[in-house]
Ligand binder design. Structure first.
Ligand SMILES: Cc1ncc(C[n+]2csc(CCOP(=O)(O)OP(=O)(O)O)c2C)c(N)n1
Ligand SMILES: [Mg+2]
Length: 266
């Protein structure tokens, strides 16, 4: 499996989908494409033919607005036909602007209201531990969500119950809806903060497949505490005029912008 090539195809299909929808989020999904590609093609035990397999790993997407990347990766993995991508945000489509658990195979939680995904992931992980099951729980969360209190309550709880079956991946892209995180509500070192909350902490470049692989392998082996991977990502990754520009948080490319982006991703 050529992960780089796969991620490139996913970025292209995602931009075409977003352009067709005419509204939605672009920067976050492009920034998390490499991590999602790695997770679904190299790490998570999931079966597109049996999405509710009781032995599956769970991916809980907390920052629901980046679902365009999850939708595109799920389609590439075979959870549903790629043609469904053209229905993003259309009336009655299972691919809404924020994910709906009962509408689309592969979606584990309904999300959109930020700041509750780590709590939900803790619940799933704790339940699995109580049942003595080996399934793993991966929770994707954003840096913006670390400005919300409930996130930190969940971080405390995961440490208390030593949720060693939980891996949190933080999309540390340094942007949020209205600007840069450090201007709006500084987060500083999430690495130091998680350490203080007694988690196993790693920090990686979220676009380097080797670093992603090593970090997930290490997190998987930690048996005494929950694990977090703070992934430094570039919002809009892959399309120069979108990179590190928070204004791409919640808008989609026009026809001309799509053409330019696809040219760059060739
Ligand atoms: C509880 C809640 N408050 C506000 C919003 C509106 N909102 C949607 S995305 C977003 C920005 C959050 O920052 P981050 O998730 O880091 O955004 P990104 O990196 O994807 O730009 C906000 C405030 C929301 N969805 N939920
Ligand atoms: Mg962010």
């Amino acid at each position: 499996m050529d992960l780089k090539k796969n991620a490139l195809e996913i970025r292209k299909d995602m931009l075409i989908m977003l352009n067709k929808a005419g509204s939605g989020h672009t920067a976050g999904p492009l920034g998390m494409t490499d991590i999602f590609t790695y997770l679904y093609f190299n790490f998570l035990k999931v079966n597109p033919k049996k999405p509710l397999d009781p032995n599956r790993d769970y991916l809980i997407l907390s920052n629901g607005h980046i679902c365009p990347v999850q939708y595109t990766v799920l389609a590439h993995k075979g959870f549903f036909p790629k043609t469904h991508l053209a229905t993003l945000r259309k009336l009655s489509s299972p691919l809404q602007g924020h994910p709906h658990r009962t509408q689309l195979p592969g979606i584990e939680t309904t999300s959109g209201p930020l700041g509750s995904g780590i709590s939900q992931a803790c619940g799933v992980a704790l339940g699995l531990k109580l049942d003595k099951k080996p399934n793993r729980v991966v929770c994707i969360t954003s840096d913006g969500e670390h400005q919300e209190g409930n996130t930190w309550e969940a971080i405390l709880l995961a440490a208390k119950y030593k949720l060693n079956n939980l891996i949190v991946i933080v999309d540390r892209n340094k942007i949020q809806i209205d600007g840069n995180t450090e201007d709006i509500m500084p987060l500083g070192s999430l690495k130091d903060k998680y350490k203080a909350f007694e988690w196993s902490v790693q920090e990686i470049n979220g676009h380097d497949f080797e670093e992603i692989e090593k970090a997930l392998e290490k997190a998987d082996k930690i048996k005494t505490m929950p694990s977090v991977i703070v992934a430094n990502t570039t919002p809009g990754k892959g399309v120069k005029f979108m990179e590190d520009d928070y204004t791409w948080h919640g808008k989609t490319p026009s026809e001309d912008e799509l053409r330019e982006a696809l040219e760059e991703l060739k």
